[in-house]
Design a protein around this ligand. Structure first.
Ligand code: DGL
Length: 284
């Protein structure tokens, strides 16, 4: 599609697949004063990250970040808990000029909100065994009992589109979520960006006392905060509002995997709040 409008802000997002669309959708649901362009990479040719080694994930993140830098992004959002756990510190050291926001399990808010001191966190194997998660727990939730739920099959449900088939989903979720019935858990952290797409189904399998914590909105807030610190949001304001131009949202959604599959996933998972859409397969 043609792209002849000036773009004031370029936001790059990376996930192993389509999970990061849950973060992208949160960006699309709020309006920015100026034009914005989102460049999203689904590393579908290399997923799941949750079962890969730290070294493998870091190498992928390095290659994909370098690719996004050639597109001149202003900020990078690692829309993947697994990739954040393994690579955010290394990437920040390597690219000190690039603002990097990483999604990670919302341990702090859960620890603040729990009344029963039992918190469950659903995430990939790699996130659950990461040092970064242990650090978060030691820092904010040492007074709580943490119940890990491995969601490898949950990622598959979303990637394959099987999340739409309630009989398959119900069987898998009922088994994974037994722990929230066995203990007085009152906070369930969605510690993988694929999982918000299972929200309706998860709610069918948890007691009413359990609140679901999805970090998407707080990631958008963190990103906006960072952009205003570096003067990007202010410049959007003056460039556009004074000229009375209606802000435009451009999406370039890229995959390292199968393009037909990706088109199908985009049509069901991405919110329609944008003006221009381009889909692309990249070799990276
Ligand atoms: N969406 C990713 C996350 O937030 C992980 C999915 C995968 O295993 O690739 O952790």
């Amino acid at each position: 599609m043609q792209q002849n409008l000036p773009c004031n802000l370029k936001i790059g997002l990376i996930d192993s697949g389509v999970g990061g669309f849950s973060i992208l959708n949160s960006f699309l649901h709020r309006s920015l004063p100026g034009n914005s362009h989102y460049y999203y990479i689904a590393d579908s040719g290399h997923l799941p990250y949750g079962l890969k080694s730290d070294r493998y994930i870091y190498q992928r993140m390095l290659a994909l970040t370098q690719y996004l830098l050639t597109l001149k992004i202003d900020v990078l959002v690692i829309a993947c808990n697994t990739a954040t756990a393994v690579s955010v510190d290394l990437l920040r050291t390597r690219y000190p000029e690039l603002p990097i926001i990483g999604v990670e399990p919302a341990i702090k808010p859960a620890a603040e909100m729990t009344k029963t001191m039992h918190i469950a966190v659903a995430a990939t194997e790699s996130t659950l065994k990461s040092q970064r998660l242990s650090n978060l727990v030691n820092r904010y939730a040492s007074h709580c009992t943490l119940h890990p739920i491995t969601g490898t099959k949950w990622v598959d449900l979303v990637e394959s589109g099987e999340y739409l088939d309630s009989s398959v989903v119900d069987k898998i979720l009922a088994k994974s979520l037994e722990v929230v019935w066995d203990y007085p858990v009152d906070q369930l952290i969605l510690g993988c960006t694929h999982f918000p797409f299972l929200t309706e189904a998860i709610i069918r399998h948890i007691p009413e006392r359990v609140s679901l914590i999805n970090p998407a909105r707080s990631i958008v807030a963190q990103c906006d905060q960072r952009l205003s610190e570096i003067g990007k949001l202010a410049s959007l304001d003056s460039n556009n509002q004074t000229e009375g131009i209606e802000p435009q949202v451009h999406l370039t959604l890229m995959t390292t995997g199968n393009m037909d599959n990706f088109k199908q996933q985009v049509s069901t998972l991405v919110s329609p709040h944008y003006h221009q859409l381009r889909l692309q397969r990249i070799d990276c």
